[in-house]
Design a protein around this ligand. Structure first.
Ligand SMILES: *Cc1c(COP(=O)(O)O)cnc(C)c1O
Length: 456
Protein backbone atom coordinates (compact mmCIF):
# COMPACT_ATOMS: atom_id res chain seq x y z
CA UNK A 1 0.00 0.00 0.00
CA UNK A 2 1.38 3.43 -0.83
CA UNK A 3 2.27 5.74 2.02
CA UNK A 4 -0.42 8.27 1.01
CA UNK A 5 -3.11 5.78 1.88
CA UNK A 6 -1.97 5.41 5.46
CA UNK A 7 -4.43 7.27 7.70
CA UNK A 8 -3.39 9.61 10.48
CA UNK A 9 -4.70 7.12 12.99
CA UNK A 10 -4.65 3.37 12.63
CA UNK A 11 -7.21 1.77 14.89
CA UNK A 12 -7.85 -1.92 15.40
CA UNK A 13 -11.24 -3.46 15.94
CA UNK A 14 -11.94 -5.26 19.23
CA UNK A 15 -11.57 -8.58 17.40
CA UNK A 16 -8.06 -7.65 16.33
CA UNK A 17 -6.89 -6.98 19.89
CA UNK A 18 -4.37 -9.50 21.24
CA UNK A 19 -5.78 -12.44 23.21
CA UNK A 20 -2.34 -13.41 24.54
CA UNK A 21 0.53 -11.60 26.18
CA UNK A 22 3.86 -12.42 24.58
CA UNK A 23 6.74 -13.47 26.83
CA UNK A 24 9.99 -12.32 25.19
CA UNK A 25 12.04 -14.43 27.60
CA UNK A 26 10.84 -17.59 25.81
CA UNK A 27 12.80 -16.56 22.72
CA UNK A 28 15.94 -15.40 24.53
CA UNK A 29 18.76 -17.92 24.23
CA UNK A 30 20.50 -16.47 27.25
CA UNK A 31 17.83 -15.78 29.86
CA UNK A 32 17.86 -12.99 32.44
CA UNK A 33 19.69 -13.98 35.64
CA UNK A 34 17.50 -15.40 38.42
CA UNK A 35 16.25 -13.23 41.28
CA UNK A 36 18.10 -13.88 44.53
CA UNK A 37 16.81 -14.10 48.08
CA UNK A 38 18.29 -11.03 49.84
CA UNK A 39 19.19 -13.07 52.95
CA UNK A 40 20.54 -16.33 51.55
CA UNK A 41 21.70 -14.93 48.17
CA UNK A 42 20.37 -18.14 46.57
CA UNK A 43 17.87 -18.06 43.67
CA UNK A 44 14.55 -17.16 45.17
CA UNK A 45 11.85 -19.84 45.20
CA UNK A 46 8.21 -19.41 44.21
CA UNK A 47 7.24 -20.13 47.79
CA UNK A 48 9.43 -17.32 49.13
CA UNK A 49 8.08 -14.88 46.57
CA UNK A 50 4.49 -15.80 47.39
CA UNK A 51 4.79 -14.12 50.80
CA UNK A 52 5.19 -10.82 48.97
CA UNK A 53 3.52 -11.25 45.57
CA UNK A 54 0.32 -12.90 44.28
CA UNK A 55 0.65 -16.55 43.35
CA UNK A 56 -0.20 -16.32 39.66
CA UNK A 57 2.08 -13.30 39.24
CA UNK A 58 4.96 -15.23 40.83
CA UNK A 59 4.36 -17.94 38.26
CA UNK A 60 4.55 -15.37 35.47
CA UNK A 61 7.63 -13.79 37.02
CA UNK A 62 9.53 -17.07 37.04
CA UNK A 63 8.31 -18.31 33.65
CA UNK A 64 11.14 -18.02 31.13
CA UNK A 65 9.66 -20.53 28.72
CA UNK A 66 5.98 -20.07 27.91
CA UNK A 67 5.83 -17.91 24.81
CA UNK A 68 2.18 -16.93 24.89
CA UNK A 69 0.09 -16.47 28.01
CA UNK A 70 -3.68 -16.13 27.52
CA UNK A 71 -5.20 -12.85 28.76
CA UNK A 72 -8.14 -13.72 31.05
CA UNK A 73 -11.54 -12.63 29.68
CA UNK A 74 -12.20 -10.15 32.51
CA UNK A 75 -8.93 -8.34 31.75
CA UNK A 76 -9.73 -8.36 28.02
CA UNK A 77 -13.09 -6.76 28.81
CA UNK A 78 -11.43 -4.08 30.94
CA UNK A 79 -8.88 -3.43 28.18
CA UNK A 80 -11.78 -2.77 25.82
CA UNK A 81 -12.79 0.28 27.87
CA UNK A 82 -9.68 2.16 26.74
CA UNK A 83 -7.98 -0.02 24.15
CA UNK A 84 -6.96 -0.59 21.45
CA UNK A 85 -4.83 2.52 21.71
CA UNK A 86 -4.29 4.48 18.51
CA UNK A 87 -1.18 4.21 16.39
CA UNK A 88 -0.68 7.64 14.87
CA UNK A 89 1.27 8.62 11.80
CA UNK A 90 2.92 11.89 12.80
CA UNK A 91 2.36 13.58 9.45
CA UNK A 92 2.34 17.03 11.08
CA UNK A 93 5.61 16.45 12.90
CA UNK A 94 7.23 15.06 9.75
CA UNK A 95 6.21 18.21 7.87
CA UNK A 96 7.46 20.45 10.66
CA UNK A 97 10.83 18.67 10.68
CA UNK A 98 10.92 18.57 6.89
CA UNK A 99 12.11 15.00 7.05
CA UNK A 100 11.75 12.12 4.58
CA UNK A 101 11.42 9.83 7.61
CA UNK A 102 8.05 8.32 8.41
CA UNK A 103 7.21 8.71 12.06
CA UNK A 104 4.63 6.70 14.01
CA UNK A 105 3.73 6.78 17.67
CA UNK A 106 1.64 4.51 19.83
CA UNK A 107 -0.28 6.65 22.32
CA UNK A 108 -1.04 5.13 25.71
CA UNK A 109 -2.41 8.25 27.42
CA UNK A 110 -6.09 7.69 26.57
CA UNK A 111 -7.27 6.71 30.04
CA UNK A 112 -7.66 8.57 33.33
CA UNK A 113 -4.35 7.34 34.76
CA UNK A 114 -2.83 8.99 31.70
CA UNK A 115 -0.31 6.27 30.90
CA UNK A 116 0.36 2.68 29.87
CA UNK A 117 0.53 1.62 33.54
CA UNK A 118 -3.14 0.62 33.56
CA UNK A 119 -2.28 -2.34 31.27
CA UNK A 120 -0.41 -4.05 34.09
CA UNK A 121 -2.41 -2.59 37.00
CA UNK A 122 -5.61 -4.35 35.89
CA UNK A 123 -3.75 -7.63 35.39
CA UNK A 124 -2.11 -7.51 38.82
CA UNK A 125 -5.32 -6.49 40.58
CA UNK A 126 -7.20 -9.26 38.77
CA UNK A 127 -4.83 -11.97 39.99
CA UNK A 128 -4.97 -10.58 43.55
CA UNK A 129 -8.76 -10.68 43.46
CA UNK A 130 -8.74 -14.19 42.01
CA UNK A 131 -6.58 -15.36 44.89
CA UNK A 132 -9.21 -14.07 47.32
CA UNK A 133 -7.03 -11.29 48.74
CA UNK A 134 -8.42 -8.19 50.47
CA UNK A 135 -6.10 -5.72 48.89
CA UNK A 136 -2.73 -4.71 47.49
CA UNK A 137 -0.02 -2.25 48.48
CA UNK A 138 2.37 -0.36 46.29
CA UNK A 139 4.58 2.68 45.92
CA UNK A 140 4.24 5.51 43.46
CA UNK A 141 6.67 8.22 42.45
CA UNK A 142 5.18 10.69 40.02
CA UNK A 143 1.77 9.12 40.68
CA UNK A 144 0.84 7.40 37.42
CA UNK A 145 1.25 3.89 38.74
CA UNK A 146 -0.67 4.65 41.95
CA UNK A 147 -3.49 6.15 39.90
CA UNK A 148 -3.61 3.20 37.52
CA UNK A 149 -3.66 0.73 40.39
CA UNK A 150 -6.38 2.59 42.27
CA UNK A 151 -8.53 2.54 39.12
CA UNK A 152 -8.03 -1.21 38.73
CA UNK A 153 -8.71 -1.87 42.43
CA UNK A 154 -11.85 0.26 42.41
CA UNK A 155 -13.12 -1.72 39.41
CA UNK A 156 -12.52 -5.06 41.13
CA UNK A 157 -13.43 -4.03 44.68
CA UNK A 158 -9.97 -4.38 46.26
CA UNK A 159 -8.30 -2.23 48.93
CA UNK A 160 -5.38 -0.22 47.62
CA UNK A 161 -2.62 1.23 49.85
CA UNK A 162 -0.30 3.60 48.02
CA UNK A 163 2.97 4.91 49.48
CA UNK A 164 3.69 8.06 47.53
CA UNK A 165 7.17 9.59 47.49
CA UNK A 166 6.80 12.59 49.79
CA UNK A 167 8.04 15.26 47.36
CA UNK A 168 5.48 14.12 44.79
CA UNK A 169 2.76 13.89 47.44
CA UNK A 170 3.37 17.55 48.18
CA UNK A 171 4.01 18.73 44.61
CA UNK A 172 1.20 16.79 42.94
CA UNK A 173 -1.86 17.15 45.15
CA UNK A 174 -4.18 16.51 42.22
CA UNK A 175 -2.63 13.13 41.50
CA UNK A 176 -3.17 12.27 45.14
CA UNK A 177 -6.83 13.32 44.91
CA UNK A 178 -7.43 11.25 41.79
CA UNK A 179 -6.18 8.20 43.70
CA UNK A 180 -8.38 9.00 46.69
CA UNK A 181 -11.33 9.52 44.36
CA UNK A 182 -10.82 5.93 43.23
CA UNK A 183 -10.82 4.88 46.89
CA UNK A 184 -7.09 4.37 47.51
CA UNK A 185 -5.43 5.12 50.85
CA UNK A 186 -2.47 7.38 50.06
CA UNK A 187 0.43 7.81 52.53
CA UNK A 188 3.41 10.11 51.98
CA UNK A 189 6.67 8.15 52.19
CA UNK A 190 8.75 7.89 54.30
CA UNK A 191 6.01 7.66 56.92
CA UNK A 192 5.72 6.88 60.61
CA UNK A 193 3.40 3.95 59.86
CA UNK A 194 6.10 1.36 59.06
CA UNK A 195 9.32 0.24 60.78
CA UNK A 196 11.37 0.94 57.69
CA UNK A 197 9.78 4.39 57.28
CA UNK A 198 10.56 5.31 60.88
CA UNK A 199 14.13 4.05 60.45
CA UNK A 200 14.67 6.12 57.29
CA UNK A 201 13.18 9.22 58.94
CA UNK A 202 15.55 8.77 61.87
CA UNK A 203 18.58 8.53 59.57
CA UNK A 204 17.47 11.25 57.13
CA UNK A 205 15.13 13.66 58.91
CA UNK A 206 13.28 15.91 56.48
CA UNK A 207 13.97 13.68 53.46
CA UNK A 208 11.62 14.02 50.47
CA UNK A 209 11.72 10.26 50.03
CA UNK A 210 12.59 8.05 47.09
CA UNK A 211 11.02 5.21 45.14
CA UNK A 212 13.31 2.68 46.78
CA UNK A 213 12.15 3.82 50.20
CA UNK A 214 8.45 3.81 49.29
CA UNK A 215 8.83 0.26 47.93
CA UNK A 216 10.21 -0.90 51.27
CA UNK A 217 7.26 0.60 53.12
CA UNK A 218 4.71 -0.92 50.75
CA UNK A 219 6.34 -4.36 51.05
CA UNK A 220 6.33 -4.12 54.85
CA UNK A 221 2.66 -3.13 54.83
CA UNK A 222 1.77 -6.13 52.62
CA UNK A 223 3.81 -8.68 54.53
CA UNK A 224 2.53 -7.60 57.96
CA UNK A 225 -1.17 -7.58 57.04
CA UNK A 226 -3.20 -10.73 56.42
CA UNK A 227 -4.79 -10.83 52.96
CA UNK A 228 -2.52 -8.22 51.35
CA UNK A 229 0.19 -8.54 48.75
CA UNK A 230 2.61 -6.10 47.20
CA UNK A 231 2.44 -5.14 43.51
CA UNK A 232 4.98 -3.24 41.40
CA UNK A 233 4.37 -1.08 38.34
CA UNK A 234 7.59 -1.62 36.40
CA UNK A 235 10.97 -3.39 36.35
CA UNK A 236 9.60 -6.92 36.95
CA UNK A 237 9.35 -9.37 34.05
CA UNK A 238 5.61 -9.89 34.69
CA UNK A 239 5.03 -6.17 34.07
CA UNK A 240 6.86 -6.33 30.74
CA UNK A 241 4.72 -9.34 29.92
CA UNK A 242 1.47 -7.42 30.52
CA UNK A 243 2.80 -4.43 28.60
CA UNK A 244 3.42 -6.62 25.55
CA UNK A 245 -0.17 -5.70 24.67
CA UNK A 246 1.25 -2.36 23.43
CA UNK A 247 3.68 -3.95 21.00
CA UNK A 248 1.26 -6.66 19.89
CA UNK A 249 -1.43 -4.13 18.97
CA UNK A 250 1.17 -2.02 17.27
CA UNK A 251 2.51 -4.88 15.20
CA UNK A 252 -0.98 -5.98 14.09
CA UNK A 253 -1.78 -2.40 13.05
CA UNK A 254 1.50 -2.00 11.14
CA UNK A 255 1.20 -5.39 9.47
CA UNK A 256 -2.26 -4.42 8.21
CA UNK A 257 -0.68 -1.63 6.19
CA UNK A 258 2.56 -3.42 5.38
CA UNK A 259 4.62 -1.03 7.48
CA UNK A 260 7.92 -2.24 8.92
CA UNK A 261 9.63 0.04 11.42
CA UNK A 262 13.40 0.42 11.06
CA UNK A 263 13.94 2.07 14.44
CA UNK A 264 11.85 1.54 17.58
CA UNK A 265 12.31 4.03 20.40
CA UNK A 266 10.99 4.20 23.94
CA UNK A 267 11.74 5.97 27.16
CA UNK A 268 13.12 3.76 29.90
CA UNK A 269 12.49 4.19 33.60
CA UNK A 270 12.10 0.66 34.89
CA UNK A 271 11.72 -0.52 31.30
CA UNK A 272 8.11 -1.71 31.16
CA UNK A 273 6.71 0.39 28.30
CA UNK A 274 9.82 -0.09 26.20
CA UNK A 275 9.87 -3.82 26.93
CA UNK A 276 6.19 -4.04 26.00
CA UNK A 277 6.49 -1.98 22.84
CA UNK A 278 9.45 -3.88 21.44
CA UNK A 279 8.26 -7.36 22.50
CA UNK A 280 6.92 -8.87 19.25
CA UNK A 281 9.56 -7.08 17.16
CA UNK A 282 12.34 -8.27 19.46
CA UNK A 283 10.82 -11.74 19.22
CA UNK A 284 11.36 -11.68 15.45
CA UNK A 285 14.91 -10.43 15.94
CA UNK A 286 15.68 -13.10 18.55
CA UNK A 287 14.33 -15.81 16.25
CA UNK A 288 16.42 -14.45 13.38
CA UNK A 289 13.39 -13.57 11.25
CA UNK A 290 13.77 -9.80 10.95
CA UNK A 291 16.04 -7.04 12.12
CA UNK A 292 15.20 -3.82 13.91
CA UNK A 293 17.14 -1.10 15.72
CA UNK A 294 15.89 -0.58 19.29
CA UNK A 295 16.75 2.53 21.33
CA UNK A 296 16.12 3.00 25.04
CA UNK A 297 16.13 6.64 26.12
CA UNK A 298 16.91 7.64 29.68
CA UNK A 299 17.52 10.90 31.54
CA UNK A 300 21.15 12.02 31.79
CA UNK A 301 20.47 12.63 35.48
CA UNK A 302 19.56 8.98 36.13
CA UNK A 303 21.53 7.03 33.51
CA UNK A 304 21.26 3.39 34.58
CA UNK A 305 21.91 1.82 31.14
CA UNK A 306 24.41 4.28 29.72
CA UNK A 307 26.52 4.73 32.84
CA UNK A 308 25.41 2.03 35.27
CA UNK A 309 26.98 -1.35 35.94
CA UNK A 310 25.44 -4.76 35.22
CA UNK A 311 25.30 -6.36 38.64
CA UNK A 312 23.05 -7.81 41.27
CA UNK A 313 21.44 -5.03 43.25
CA UNK A 314 18.71 -4.31 45.73
CA UNK A 315 15.44 -3.12 44.25
CA UNK A 316 14.60 -1.01 47.31
CA UNK A 317 16.32 1.04 50.02
CA UNK A 318 15.10 -1.22 52.82
CA UNK A 319 16.62 -4.26 51.07
CA UNK A 320 13.59 -6.47 51.57
CA UNK A 321 12.87 -7.28 47.89
CA UNK A 322 14.75 -9.98 45.99
CA UNK A 323 18.04 -8.99 44.40
CA UNK A 324 17.95 -8.58 40.65
CA UNK A 325 20.81 -8.58 38.18
CA UNK A 326 20.35 -5.38 36.25
CA UNK A 327 22.00 -2.26 34.94
CA UNK A 328 21.99 -0.10 38.04
CA UNK A 329 23.37 3.03 39.63
CA UNK A 330 23.18 1.42 43.08
CA UNK A 331 20.11 1.46 45.31
CA UNK A 332 21.64 4.35 47.26
CA UNK A 333 21.38 6.58 44.17
CA UNK A 334 18.96 9.48 44.53
CA UNK A 335 18.49 11.72 41.48
CA UNK A 336 19.18 15.44 41.88
CA UNK A 337 16.26 17.47 43.26
CA UNK A 338 16.06 19.55 40.04
CA UNK A 339 15.22 16.40 38.09
CA UNK A 340 11.66 16.89 36.85
CA UNK A 341 11.22 14.38 34.10
CA UNK A 342 10.28 11.14 35.87
CA UNK A 343 12.22 7.95 35.07
CA UNK A 344 14.08 8.21 38.36
CA UNK A 345 14.48 4.57 39.34
CA UNK A 346 18.08 3.47 40.05
CA UNK A 347 17.85 0.20 38.10
CA UNK A 348 16.42 -1.33 34.94
CA UNK A 349 14.29 -4.36 34.08
CA UNK A 350 16.32 -7.58 34.17
CA UNK A 351 15.01 -8.59 30.74
CA UNK A 352 16.01 -5.30 29.10
CA UNK A 353 19.32 -5.29 30.96
CA UNK A 354 20.15 -8.71 29.54
CA UNK A 355 19.11 -7.67 26.00
CA UNK A 356 21.22 -4.53 26.33
CA UNK A 357 24.17 -6.53 27.60
CA UNK A 358 23.85 -8.80 24.55
CA UNK A 359 23.97 -5.72 22.30
CA UNK A 360 20.40 -6.23 21.05
CA UNK A 361 19.24 -2.79 22.15
CA UNK A 362 21.03 0.56 22.29
CA UNK A 363 20.66 3.27 24.90
CA UNK A 364 20.95 7.04 24.85
CA UNK A 365 20.71 9.60 27.57
CA UNK A 366 19.25 13.08 27.15
CA UNK A 367 19.16 16.19 29.37
CA UNK A 368 15.83 17.49 30.60
CA UNK A 369 15.88 20.93 28.93
CA UNK A 370 16.28 19.18 25.54
CA UNK A 371 13.45 16.84 26.51
CA UNK A 372 11.06 19.69 27.31
CA UNK A 373 12.04 21.52 24.13
CA UNK A 374 11.08 18.42 22.15
CA UNK A 375 7.90 18.04 24.21
CA UNK A 376 6.76 21.55 23.32
CA UNK A 377 7.62 21.20 19.66
CA UNK A 378 5.62 17.98 19.58
CA UNK A 379 2.64 19.42 21.48
CA UNK A 380 2.44 22.37 19.10
CA UNK A 381 2.16 20.26 15.96
CA UNK A 382 0.62 16.97 17.10
CA UNK A 383 -1.74 18.41 19.70
CA UNK A 384 -1.04 16.00 22.54
CA UNK A 385 0.59 17.46 25.67
CA UNK A 386 3.10 14.69 26.40
CA UNK A 387 4.32 13.43 29.76
CA UNK A 388 7.94 14.40 30.45
CA UNK A 389 8.80 10.68 30.55
CA UNK A 390 7.36 10.09 27.08
CA UNK A 391 9.15 13.17 25.80
CA UNK A 392 12.49 11.43 26.19
CA UNK A 393 11.37 9.16 23.35
CA UNK A 394 10.05 12.13 21.36
CA UNK A 395 13.44 13.83 21.65
CA UNK A 396 15.35 10.88 20.21
CA UNK A 397 12.69 10.19 17.53
CA UNK A 398 13.06 13.81 16.41
CA UNK A 399 16.86 13.50 16.42
CA UNK A 400 16.61 10.40 14.23
CA UNK A 401 14.17 12.13 11.86
CA UNK A 402 16.48 15.14 11.58
CA UNK A 403 19.36 12.81 10.76
CA UNK A 404 17.22 11.42 7.91
CA UNK A 405 16.71 14.96 6.61
CA UNK A 406 20.47 15.29 6.41
CA UNK A 407 21.16 11.88 4.84
CA UNK A 408 17.99 11.66 2.75
CA UNK A 409 17.15 8.25 4.25
CA UNK A 410 13.45 7.39 4.35
CA UNK A 411 13.53 5.48 7.60
CA UNK A 412 10.38 4.39 9.38
CA UNK A 413 10.55 5.42 13.02
CA UNK A 414 8.20 4.12 15.70
CA UNK A 415 8.14 5.48 19.22
CA UNK A 416 6.09 4.92 22.34
CA UNK A 417 4.13 7.95 23.54
CA UNK A 418 3.45 6.60 27.00
CA UNK A 419 1.23 9.31 28.44
CA UNK A 420 0.00 12.81 28.97
CA UNK A 421 1.63 15.54 31.06
CA UNK A 422 -1.35 17.30 32.63
CA UNK A 423 -0.06 16.69 36.15
CA UNK A 424 3.43 17.88 35.25
CA UNK A 425 2.63 21.53 34.71
CA UNK A 426 5.03 22.68 37.45
CA UNK A 427 7.81 21.20 35.39
CA UNK A 428 6.47 22.81 32.21
CA UNK A 429 6.17 26.10 34.11
CA UNK A 430 9.81 25.88 35.14
CA UNK A 431 10.79 25.23 31.56
CA UNK A 432 8.61 28.06 30.20
CA UNK A 433 10.08 30.46 32.76
CA UNK A 434 13.59 29.49 31.67
CA UNK A 435 14.32 28.19 35.14
CA UNK A 436 14.86 24.55 34.32
CA UNK A 437 18.42 23.35 34.72
CA UNK A 438 20.22 20.17 33.75
CA UNK A 439 22.08 17.90 36.03
CA UNK A 440 24.52 15.19 35.08
CA UNK A 441 26.00 13.19 37.96
CA UNK A 442 29.80 13.16 38.05
CA UNK A 443 31.79 9.91 37.89
CA UNK A 444 32.61 10.63 41.52
CA UNK A 445 28.87 10.73 42.43
CA UNK A 446 28.27 7.45 40.65
CA UNK A 447 31.30 5.82 42.23
CA UNK A 448 29.82 6.63 45.60
CA UNK A 449 26.48 5.07 44.82
CA UNK A 450 28.13 1.98 43.27
CA UNK A 451 29.61 1.42 46.70
CA UNK A 452 26.10 0.60 47.93
CA UNK A 453 26.01 -2.45 45.61
CA UNK A 454 25.86 -5.79 47.45
CA UNK A 455 28.89 -8.03 47.13
CA UNK A 456 27.39 -11.04 45.38
C1 LIG B 1 5.90 5.24 34.55
C2 LIG B 1 5.98 5.91 33.27
C3 LIG B 1 7.08 5.72 32.42
C4 LIG B 1 8.28 4.89 32.75
O1 LIG B 1 8.09 3.60 33.18
P1 LIG B 1 8.59 2.34 32.37
O2 LIG B 1 8.34 1.21 33.29
O3 LIG B 1 10.03 2.54 32.06
O4 LIG B 1 7.76 2.27 31.18
C5 LIG B 1 7.08 6.35 31.20
N1 LIG B 1 6.08 7.16 30.82
C6 LIG B 1 5.02 7.38 31.62
C7 LIG B 1 3.95 8.30 31.15
C8 LIG B 1 4.94 6.76 32.85
O5 LIG B 1 3.88 6.97 33.63
Amino acid sequence: MSQQEIPYKIYLSEDEMPKYWYNMRADMKKKPAPLLNPQTLKPVTAEELEHVFCKELVKQELDNDTREIPIPQEILDFYKMYRPSPLTRAYCLEKKLNTPAKIYYKFEGNNTSGSHKLNSAIAQAYYAKNQGLKGVTTETGAGQWGTALSMACAYLGLDCHVYMVKVSYEQKPFRREVMRTYGAQVTPSPSETTNVGRQILKEHPGTGGSLGCAISEAVEDATTHEGYRYVLGSVLSQVLLHQSVIGLECKTAMDKYGIKPDVIIGCAGGGSNLGGLISPFMGEKLRGEKDYQFIAVEPASCPSLTRGVYAYDYCDTGRVCPLQKMYTLGSGFIPAPNHAGGLRYHGMSGVLSELYDQGLIEARSVVQTDVFEAAEAFARVEGILPAPESSHAIKVAMDEAIKCRETGEEKTILFGLTGTGYFDMYAYEKFNDGKMTDFIPSDEDLKKSFETLPKV
